[in-house]
Every structure is written in C-alpha cells, then in structure tokens.
Ligand binder design. Structure first.
Ligand code: GLY
Length: 402
C-alpha cells in the first residue's frame, strides 16, 4: 500500500489546541455522577415504551415516538444506552431489554435491510457490545455477518466503503463511489472483526478507507467534507459535496466529531501514531471553532440566522477527545488539553443541555439532526448515547464497545 498514514498527514495543517483548554475546567465530579444517575433513571422510565422498539432518530417536541428496527442508522443507540445502564447498575431489566432488541437486529440481517455503511453503528452498539458484556456467541455471529456485509461495500480502485444505497446499482449515480465522513465511526466493527477472527481482511479494508478518507475528506485546514465521490473503476477523485451540512465547502460540525473519534479509535486498533496525530489536527480545528460553552453550531459556516446548536456533536466530541487523550504518547502535553476539553464539554452539556425538568423522554436538548429540514432543537438518540458514554468515561473505568 503506497499511501502511508504519515505521507497523508503532510497535507494537513497542524493547528493548535486553543490555550483556554490548558487548565482543568471547574467541573464538579459529584454533579457528573448525579447527571449519570439522572440519565439512567430516564432510561429506566423508558423501558416499557421501548422494550424491543426504538426511540428516534430525533424527537418531536422533545418526545421520541417508538419505531421498528427498520431503515435508518440509529436504532442501536438505544440498545447501547441499555447496555451502558446495565453495566453501571448491574440491573437485569436493562440487559433483558438489550437482549430483546438484539433479536430484532438478528431479524434485520435476515430481512436484507442492510444496504448501508451504518452497519458499524447498528451492530457495534448492539451485537459487539452484547458479546463483549455477556460472551453470547450468537451476538458475535450477528456482528460478523454485519462486518461481512460492510466489506462487500468496499470499492478496490478508490479504496473506499460506499456509504449509501445499493452498491451494485450502477444507475444510482449519486451514491455510487460516494464516501462520507461518518463512516470513520463504522470502521471499529471491521477492526473488531479482525481481532476476533484473526482474519486481517476486515482491518485492511478499514485502514484503506481511513487513508482514503484522510486523502480526500480531510481538508488542508483540518476541517472535513461531509461526502466525497470517486470513480469506482479508475479510483479518480471527483469531488466533495454535502448532504447534511450547509453547503459543499462548509464545515458540518458533527462530521468533524465523527472523524475525531473515528481516527482516535483507529489509532487504538492499529497502534499507528499517525491516526492519533490526525485526530489531534481535526480536534484542533474543532476546538478553535466551537462556541464558548463547548457546544458547536450545527455548521461552522452556516449564516448567522441559522445559529442552531448541535448538542449531539458536542457529546460525540466529549467521547472522541477523551479517547484521543488516551491515544497520544505520554510525552505529548496536548493530551491534558484534550482531556480538559472533553470534561469541559461534558460539564456544559450536563449543566445546560439536559431535559431535566422538561416534559421529555430524551436526555439532551438542542440536537440538530437535519436543520435545513426543520429538525433542530430536539433530542437525538445518538446524542443521548454519547452523552451517557461520556458520563461513564468521566466517572468510571470503562472498556469501550467500539
Ligand atoms: N450519521 C448521520 C448523521 O450524523 O446525521
């Protein structure tokens, strides 16, 4: 493979961690433990409504309606919340709900509703987490079946996993050969699959995609495109576009956080320092543009009147920055700054962005799923998941599901 991670990094400016993150923030650990208990209490209240159904992807007036495990990419975040609640409390009711939901993930594999790169999100927080926590062999098999389907979406010539659509449909010209920044968080399923089977094919596909993403999706200033298309026959780059950001050249903040966390996890699985360095460059860009309270606008380049925040991006960042701090060498003094930034972000979410006291069945307010379609100022189920993951990271020793 000619494109080494280090070679890819030379094109990306280093940036700096803003000085404001040099000192530990004034965040009350007891308040974080209370926030964790509040979140788990809310999950417990929701267990009857969403036993083997799913909230989301986003709420309506802060209330999620139940959905089936069909279409979409978000069902596993509820299962992940149940697994986290089970791990923290040891209460069987959370495990029973997660296991009931897992049956729907097994059925989904059989139903063929699997034409998406989001198999990583879907089967990591359900089946991989379930296997890690219970050792149940059926969950490992389901996760491996999902990993095989994800590998099928890999295009050799450009070296990328196609994000959306039926990858065999030649007439689907928008989707064919299109990668998206979010896929960085779907790669852990493949790294895990190689680890558990000893077959390096999965990890090799994941690493190739991570490098292609670094080459085309990451821009020279450390920001990211949302999507980038390549010719699947020749591998030639075609260009960047957006689906959920403001425009093709803008900086969609949630995409940036998917990449920060995704490269930090790639560093952990591969022991390749370059991925941690790339995650740091992406983090520097993010932290230089985030609002004073550490919750970003949904797109850093959206016009002033579109000033909606995305708490879900902040929750992903809180986890990704914490993981990044763990992946940097001990001698790298930036690690403390990333840890401080993660904690300050989490403290801000817990103090100012929760649904406590509101008529809601979600956890975080001010998520922005698809603002240009009117979907903002709502709970987003992945934002809720990453919020609780960040709280668990900050208050406990935690072995990640990713
Ligand atoms: N992965 C889809 C999104 O972040 O909205």
């Amino acid at each position: 493979m000619s494109r080494t991670p280090d070679a890819l990094l030379t094109a990306v400016g280093e940036g700096e961690v803003p000085a404001r993150f040099a000192e530990p923030p004034d965040v009350d650990r007891a308040a974080l433990r209370r926030a964790r208990s509040d979140a788990i209490a809310r999950i417990g209240e929701n267990l009857d409504t969403f036993h083997d159904e799913f909230p989301g992807p986003s709420s309506d007036d802060l209330v999620y309606a139940p959905t089936d495990n069909r279409d979409g990419w978000t069902t596993s975040f509820w299962t992940g919340l149940c697994w986290l609640a089970y791990e923290v409390t040891g209460e069987a009711r959370f495990r029973e709900a997660a296991e009931a939901q897992l049956e729907t993930f097994e059925r989904r594999l059989e139903s063929g509703d699997v034409e998406t790169h989001d198999l990583g999100f879907l089967y990591t927080l359900s089946a991989v987490a379930g296997h890690r926590l219970t050792g149940t062999e059926r969950y490992r098999s389901a996760a491996l079946a999902a990993a095989d389907l994800l590998v099928d979406r890999f295009w050799e010539a450009p070296g990328l996993i196609q994000a959306w659509g039926d990858h065999e449909a030649e007439e689907d010209t928008w989707n064919r050969g299109r990668m998206i920044v979010d896929t960085m968080m779907n790669l852990p399923l493949l790294f895990w699959a190689s680890e558990t089977t000893g077959d390096s094919t999965y990890a090799s596909v994941a690493e190739t995609h991570a490098r292609t993403n670094a080459e085309h999706v990451v821009r020279a200033d450390g920001s990211t495109f949302h999507t980038f298309k390549c010719d699947v026959e020749t591998g030639a780059p075609i260009g960047g576009e957006t689906a959920q950001g403001y425009d093709a050249d803008s900086r969609w903040s949630r995409g940036q956080t998917w990449a920060i966390y995704g490269y930090a996890l790639a560093a952990d699985y591969t022991n390749e320092r370059a991925y941690a360095r790339l995650s740091a460059r992406l983090a520097n860009h993010y932290l230089s543009n985030v609002e004073a309270d550490c919750v970003p606008r949904w797109d850093f380049d959206a016009p002033a009147e579109q000033d909606w925040r995305d708490s879900s991006a902040a929750a992903i960042a809180a986890c990704g920055l914490d993981e990044l701090a763990r992946q940097l060498p001990l001698a790298d003094r930036r690690a403390a700054s990333y840890r401080n930034a993660a904690l300050e972000t989490l403290g801000s979410l817990a103090e100012h962005y929760t649904t406590e006291g509101l008529d809601s069945n979600g956890l975080l307010t001010e998520g922005a799923y698809d603002p240009t379609d009117g979907d903002y100022d709502e709970c987003c189920i992945w934002g809720d998941y990453f919020y609780l993951e960040a709280l668990v990271r900050a208050t406990d020793q935690w072995d990640r599901y990713w």
